[in-house]
Design a protein around this ligand. Sequence first.
Ligand code: NAD
Length: 491
Amino acid sequence: MSVKIPLSPIPVLNFVSGKFKAGTGSKISIHSPHNGALIGEIHQSSPEDIQTAIADARRAQKEWAATPIKERTKILFQLRQILLRDIDEISHLKSSESGKTFTEGKAGLMKGIEVLEFATSLQNLDVGGKLEVSRGVSCEYRRMPVGVVASITPFNFPAMVPFWTIPTALALGNAYIWKPSEKTPLTSMKIAQSLQEAGLPDGIFQVLQGGAEVAQSLLDHPDVQALSFVGSTPVARAVYERGTKAGKRILALGGAKNHIVLLPDANPEIAGIGISDSFTGCAGQRCMAAAVVLAVGEVRHHIQKIIDRASSLELGKDMGAIISKAQVKFLHDQIENAVAEGAKILLDGRKASPPPGMEQGNWIGPTILDYVSPHQEISKLELFGPVLCIVRCKDISEAMRIENSSLMGNACSVFTSSGALAEKVISMASTGMVGVNVGVPVPREPFSFGGINQSKFGHGDITGTSSLDFWSNLKKVTVKWDQQHDNNWMS
Ligand code: NAD
């Protein structure tokens, strides 16, 4: 299905105190990456708008915290139904602003719904715990909300990334303030509308539109107690430093440069499709995309399969557009430099034609470069586009040395039919997520999502059970009602 692009610009509004309202700051225009059409206009939040939203969240959160978790999650069950009912509409909207194909837009939302399902399950789990620690004395954990929390999200997953945190933070009793990417803000209004329809009280979920300045105001505000960030590494680091300096709990996920170890004994079909789909999916604009193939030994037949699969993709149908013209130019420049430095081009996406009628969009086809040196900039820098570098390695040890030298740490995968070799890569990989014969090793819930090294600043993961500690505080309660039978050291 082709993506439905809004025919006229949508005013992008804040959602504060249960009402949509234009921010009173300056404006930003939003153009669809598919065809360049003006599809939205953000009214950015002013300092006064931010102040009002946080004060309202603070007021509303007290009542929400006192609401039993079974009542809170009932709203999330309702939200799930609404999202499934409107899945096509939301998928078109998010794809039109991010450049994704309709299928990719829908897949991202389904993953977001999976996290929502995880959060609804919290109503059936004892997320605290109680024990009789001595005769007549019990100790108990109570999971308390943090208070007013915030999140700052990137352009590439306008619904999935926010849904990594919205459901769990709300289920645990927090009031949540979201600053979506100023490049893809349209979906945020639909999500706010869906939460309101599901029955969420006013003030518990707010959306503040804008760019870096709005994000920084949230980081500096004393009433925001915890903040999650997802975006590029330089900004993630800056957000972590600024937020922790202001005394906040911060989890900041950054960029990536993911390696695939390709071994001669891999299943050619699984490897060819898995690697090609990994670097071309979302036009390479995802933090789990394959970026570098570490080709060990004789793998010519595998590489041919990757080329065959990637060159069969039709732009606009199987592969989406790039977020901006500046990013397309950056990709062109990187490819040109790599070739000038000696890389061999096996597939040149710069020559691909845009889909008919989409000539004003931002397009580049899949590109594969072979004989790239591990020392070249292109094999180290995050590109965020459909460009795959192949680095030739004589053995697994050399491949893992290169992988281990990466500053990033999101994902590493191995394609092989040997359990022992797969285990070697699993144990040696310097990443938070590892795949075996899987091109995009995103863990399914309840297994949590998160990298290491410069792909993450802060402790814990952003989804799954690991995220519960981020969005809550543990209150430890020790109780004695009766006279104790015996004295012990605690009496
Ligand atoms: P970005 O870092 O440019 O922007 C992300 C968010 O940060 C936006 O909302 C933006 O407004 C805000 N921002 C920008 N400058 C800021 C500043 N100085 N202070 C505070 N906030 C600021 O990222 P992007 O281009 O939107 O997204 C692509 C990047 O996100 C890639 O690097 C990609 O790898 C990364 N990403 C990582 C993950 C992950 O799980 N690790 C997931 C998705 C995307």
